[in-house]
Ligand binder design. Structure first.
Ligand code: ADP
Ligand code: MG
Ligand code: ZN
Length: 645
């Protein structure tokens, strides 16, 4: 694990706490003193009403008085039994400034004087000058000491970048697999960091930044750590979202701080994860709430900093994003993130390599073939594969096995694809029968359609959030393009479940809603994005995401109502034709459908050779080939309604 010191802010707080604490104590003492001192030194004299005092003066009883502005002390003539004058002193508070008082006192022969200057005065004066600043500093110190672990109200502007000190990311290039092109490009950066002289002597400028682009979980963060690990340089890492703060201007201050730190530690790597959180196009959609200012300022600061330092200082900025299309074009300009490294989902060979990396510390049984697992996991990213190996190991451990077997891997794949088995969800007989026919419907059509892969397994054991049964189809190879007949085939497969229900039960259940959704989406995309409709031609009716984000409000092009109607009609025709073919295929293979469904009901799961025996008997009706080629049905073919009896 990297040593993460939250530099600066974590070192200071203990000092601040002492500082604040001692000031607080001092402050309290001084305040107490201020209240206590006068009452200690002042005599404890009985308090009498002012009227009584005046009455005593006029009665000639008062001997002497000390007259202050808000306090009068006096003593009486009256003598104690042994003849000495009374030492008893009384205190009264004058009602207002009584201008007659000196005259009255003189008339009654009272000896009077003003009070001597206050001995405690200098202390009060001192306190009245010192206390307010002390209170201020006390509260300040108190807050500073609190924020060490608490809300960062006062850390504004301090970079949260963590330092992974030399080599301590612990990640090497050998830990990253299946992304060879990206690795090759990044190895070059490692060389820049290690042997900068070789390049600068020739007058070459070392690139300032590289942008890692790729879907989530493909190993972008891992690659950045590997660069630091290989080059053995400090690694500053911060996530784009951490720059965005409540207060406008804070993010910009952070960027400044981050670069300052980095320049002091050069050569080093600054890694900005999830750059899209910060680098979204300025002034794009979403600005209507007015919350964009902070992000814009932060982004501007980043651009300024990237321009501001000299190319050969040895600071290399690596950023990662899975949404390159939303990045501000200014970020991608040469001189900033001038190198873009694509980190894509791995292909079959790559997946096998990644599996090998993660299986290094896992005990594998003899029968485990990582190559086969790689074939069965198209579309899995590195993170998915890491998760897969771990799931399989957990399964094996739960069964108290000595090593992880192929069966564990297969179960783990299914878990990741379809969710956990839910045998607790009990279906009644009719429901189970409906599900069985539905799944066999998918499977038979799946077996006949091109490019859809082999049907591997059908099951009526509920899984995951909503699936009551499922059919697993595994592609035999990685596919990057879909041809139009494959799209048609896929739509027909999706509708196969519902079509089987129609044929066998004469009515449909709610279980096909997801299939229908997917089929319709696919048909719509074929027409509005891929230009596969003869009528509408190769015209895009949807905007790609990038155009959408750069300030247009609607995802569709502005189209006339007539064209919209045409699109709707074409989508419906595509789906209807596929539905027709699905019905037609199942009608044609009706016996096979019933046999297979009965067996599935008994065994709950059909897979491997058992399943293949059944599906190999599936036969394609004549019209299928023609439909796959053109998407059209011949005019004289019976329509859906005739099949729907
Ligand atoms: P990203 O940043 O692209 O979203 P990460 O780098 O965070 O993905 O990957 C998450 C985890 O998945 C890694 O820690 C690693 O265990 C695993 N992983 C992802 N890609 C790879 C790869 N190419 N090789 C080995 N492991 C990988
Ligand atoms: Mg990441
Ligand atoms: Zn279905």
């Amino acid at each position: 694990m990297p040593v993460e010191t939250n530099n600066k802010s974590q070192i200071k707080p203990p000092k601040m706490r002492q500082f604040g604490g001692s000031f607080l104590i001092l402050l309290t003492l001084l305040l107490l003193l201020n209240f206590i001192v006068p009452s200690f030194f002042g005599p404890q004299s009985p308090q009498v009403p002012y009227s009584t005092f005046i009455a005593q003066v006029e009665a000639g009883q008062v001997d002497r008085a000390i007259v202050g502005g808000d306090r009068i002390q006096y003593s009486l003539h009256s003598q104690t039994p042994d003849g000495k004058p009374s030492e008893q002193v009384f205190v009264t508070t004058p009602v207002a400034i009584d201008l007659d008082l000196p005259r009255i006192l003189r008339e009654h022969n009272v000896e009077f004087a003003a009070p001597p200057p206050n001995q405690n005065g200098w202390i009060s004066t001192l306190i009245s000058w010192i206390a307010p600043p002390l209170i201020f500093f006390g509260i300040w110190g108190f807050l500073m000491s609190r924020q060490a672990g608490g809300p960062a109200a006062l850390t504004v502007g301090k970079s949260k970048a963590r330092i992974y000190s030399e080599g301590s990311t612990g990640v090497k290039f050998t830990d990253v697999a299946g992304v060879d092109e990206a690795k090759a490009e990044l190895e070059e950066i490692v060389d820049f960091l290690k042997n900068a002289g070789k390049y600068t002597n020739l007058g070459a400028k070392i690139p300032k930044g590289a942008l890692l682009v790729g879907p989530p979980g493909t190993g972008k963060t891992l690659l950045a750590k590997a660069i630091a690990g290989e080059a053995g340089v400090p690694f500053f890492s911060i996530s784009g979202s951490e720059f965005i703060e409540l207060f406008v201007g804070v993010g910009a201050a952070r960027v400044r701080d981050l670069f300052e730190q980095a320049k002091q530690q050069a050569p080093c790597i600054v890694f900005i994860d999830e750059l899209d959180a910060l680098g979204k196009s300025r002034g794009g959609a979403g600005g209507f709430i007015g919350g964009n200012d902070e992000r814009e300022q932060t982004l501007n600061q980043l651009l300024t900093e990237m321009d501001g330092f000299d190319a050969n200082t040895g600071v290399i900025i690596i950023a990662a994003t899975n949404r390159p299309e939303v990045l501000d074009p200014a970020l991608r300009r040469p001189g900033r993130f001038d190198r873009q490294v694509v980190v894509d989902r791995p292909d079959k060979i790559g997946r096998e390599a990644i599996l090998k990396v993660h299986a290094r510390n896992v005990k594998l049984a003899e029968d485990v073939n990582l190559g086969t697992i790689a074939i069965r996991t198209p579309g899995f990213a590195g993170a998915d594969l890491a998760n897969l190996v771990n799931e399989a190991a957990l399964l094996a451990a739960r069964q108290n096995r000595q090593a992880v077997t192929m069966a564990d891997f297969n179960e783990a794949i299914e878990r990741l694809v379809a969710g956990l088995e839910k045998r607790s969800r009990v279906l009644n007989e009719t429901e189970k029968k409906t599900v069985a026919y539905h799944e066999v419907g998918h499977a038979i059509i799946g077996a006949l359609m091109p490019g859809a892969g082999k049907v591997e397994k059908i099951s009526v054991v509920p899984r995951g959030v909503g699936a009551l049964g499922y059919t697993i189809q595994m592609p035999e190879e990685d596919r990057f393009l879909m041809v139009e007949d494959e799209i048609r085939g896929r739509i027909a497969i999706l509708l196969g479940g519902r079509s089987a229900e129609e044929i066998i039960f004469g009515k449909v259940s709610t279980g096909a809603s997801d299939d229908i959704q997917k089929a319709t989406d696919l048909a719509e995309r074929a027409i509005t994005l891929y230009g596969m409709s003869d009528k509408l031609g190769p015209v895009a009716f949807e905007k790609s995401q990038q155009q959408f984000i750069e300030g247009y409000s609607n995802p569709r092009r502005a189209i006339s109502p007539k064209v919209a109607e045409e699109i709707d009609r074409e989508v419906k025709l595509t789906v209807d034709n596929a539905h027709h073919i699905a019905l037609s295929i199942l009608q044609y293979n009706r016996d096979l459908l019933e046999q297979t469904a009965e067996e599935l009901l008994q065994k709950e799961i059909l897979e491997g050779s058992q399943l293949r025996e059944h599906l190999n008997q599936a036969k394609a009706p004549d019209e299928m080939a023609e439909w796959l080629r053109t998407g059209k049905l011949s005019e004289d073919k019976p329509l859906l309604q005739t099949l729907l009896v």
